[in-house]
Design a protein around this ligand. Sequence first.
Ligand SMILES: CC(C)(COP(=O)(O)OP(=O)(O)OC[C@H]1O[C@@H](n2cnc3c(N)ncnc32)[C@H](O)[C@@H]1OP(=O)(O)O)[C@@H](O)C(=O)NCCC(=O)NCCS
Length: 149
Amino acid sequence: MSTWTIRLAERRDIPDLLSIEVAQFPEPWTRTMLIDEISNLATRRYTVAVEDEKIVGYLGVMYVIDELHVNTIGILPGHEGQGIATSLMNEAWGVAKGRGVQRATLEVAVSNTRAQELYFRFGFSPVGVRKNYYERTNEDALILWADLA
Ligand SMILES: CC(C)(COP(=O)(O)OP(=O)(O)OC[C@H]1O[C@@H](n2cnc3c(N)ncnc32)[C@H](O)[C@@H]1OP(=O)(O)O)[C@@H](O)C(=O)NCCC(=O)NCCS
């Protein structure tokens, strides 16, 4: 049973989002990048999952005409495998469909099979590779696309 709620990200959430970034990503976003992203309400939509007043996960998407780009998704260590990422994506998909979004895309590290399994469940499939997309780890990214229509 879900014990978290989903709401839009706010500026006061930035320290918690930074902690998740640092814990989960080899190339974590900076405070400035996060502020820019969550403040850009015209093209971005950032949501957080909150459990016991603590942020346990977040998702950031960008709208490009009738496409949705998944910019980031991260779960607080110790809270994976409970369906938090799935519910963040379900919520975002519902909103995107309401806005007439037709397709979704994202990049994911070739070695990140955990995230890939999540994306495949949402209908994403690989269409190509971006070589050395992740500079710090020298790793390639899979380019995934999904039809929302
Ligand atoms: C990848 C990531 C976002 C997945 O988040 P998550 O919240 O663990 O994902 P979910 O729980 O929604 O789904 C993952 C698993 O939990 C299972 N699950 C879903 N609901 C569940 C529940 N209520 N109870 C137990 N398990 C559940 C799912 O079946 C799924 O299982 P499987 O993938 O082992 O087959 C998370 O591991 C993460 O933050 N990774 C580091 C950052 C990262 O790689 N981000 C993606 C960059 S492209």
